[in-house]
Ligand binder design. Sequence first.
Ligand code: CTP
Ligand code: CA
Length: 225
Amino acid sequence: VIAFFAPKVLAGQKVLITAGPTFEAIDPVRGITNLSSGKMGFAIARAAREAGADVTLVAGPVHLPTPRGVRRLDVKSAQNMLEAVEGQAQGATLFIATAAVADWRVASQSTEKIKKDGSGQPPALNFVENPDILARVAQSPRAQSGALYCVGFAAESHDLLAHATAKRLRKGVPLLVGNIGPATFGQDDNALLLVDEQGHRELPHASKRALAQQLVAEIARRLPR
Ligand code: CTP
Ligand code: CA
């Protein structure tokens, strides 16, 4: 679909998207992250913009150009991402959480580089769970009232339909989108499983760009009017 001819199915919508991994520092030179490339989230941001939406993209550390016309906020950690999202969620009408948020961070970051102490023993790192950004937004009054439609993503290694169905209910979101594996991280194509209250349907294997356009159309059909 050429952008100029794309139907403006999201005209008037204010869309907030998270994308990419987060980076959780251990000390000034090390941290924990994951293999999310951000490609799917950036493709959705582009497709949403081309569909007429006002789009804000909150991105973890990725190596991708900002889609034309999209407002981008770069963040590092899950806590940074939560702050950015909470700062932008007020006016949003659609929230799409594609980010692969690190589930844990170290309980206390070291301000200095952790050195080997000569004992041969590794340092003991304690972890705490990160805030669940999607669940928090989905529980907000605006989401609960239907003013803010929330979409979650899930990458599972097995039993995608069962996990995606359970995750949709646990997160309290109307639509949960599963990546039909294996390992779509960093690739240019994908296949998606859409799970909502009605049931599920598959968007078959295609480029992330084409899938993003189809997903935008699927979401637009589900928005309250
Ligand atoms: N998510 C989020 N904040 C987190 C963890 C996840 O916003 N701290 C969002 C992701 O962006 C995604 C959805 O929640 O849209 C599901 O993420 P996933 O990692 O699959 O789910 P978890 O609840 O973290 O469960 P688990 O990793 O144990 O499967
Ligand atoms: Ca997780």
